[in-house]
Design a protein around this ligand. Sequence first.
Ligand code: PRP
Ligand code: URA
Length: 210
Amino acid sequence: MDIPNLHVSAHPLLREKLTRLRDRSTPPADFRALVRQIAMLLLYEATADLELRRDVVQTPLAPATGWRLAQKVGLIPVLRAGIGMVDAALELIPEAEVWHIGLFRDERTLRPIEYYNKLPASATAQLCLVLDPMLATGGSATATVDILERWGAKRIKYVGIIAAPEGAKAMAKAHPDVHMHVGALDERLNERGYIVPGLGDAGDRQFGTG
Ligand code: PRP
Ligand code: URA
């Protein structure tokens, strides 16, 4: 299936971890660890085009020309489930700022409802990474990108664990400039808007509230 700007990782370590994540017998503690590990692998790929500037450091032997990040990165975890991806991102990019957005899906209409927004007054990052494990109808992810664009964000990427074709297509249509980095593109949504085969409810499985 060819969806513009959708990057599905083919990394063997990620595929193996995703299989354990899907498994209904995986308990919340293991589930959280896997979300973190998978997020790190996805973020490694999603940040491959970060811009650098040259810098020189002194090793114990001689000066060495190296690199520093030239761009400021903002991390936007979508509450709740996106929280599980933040530590991995901060481990890779410790200087990143974290701006939380709270959305939940109305289970009747499947439309996102915004309940929290901790964006600073003005857009200060050159790259915004939206973190949310599940791209189902795409309502939550596209609403988050809408919020970021209204706020003034210039460059936005979405990083998630599993996408449904419906959600990835919705994002590609609403925001053709947003690249999506995911671990898997699944078959479909069911009648309740859940990704099949998916992994169930990512928030409930992380936080033991199922
Ligand atoms: C889940 C998930 C996404 C959303 C995806 O959150 O983390 O935010 O559903 O569905 P969509 O693409 O159809 O919008 P949920 O609304 O269950 O909230 P939670 O993270 O608080 O459990
Ligand atoms: N949210 C989830 O957590 N899982 C789905 O399959 C769909 C939306």
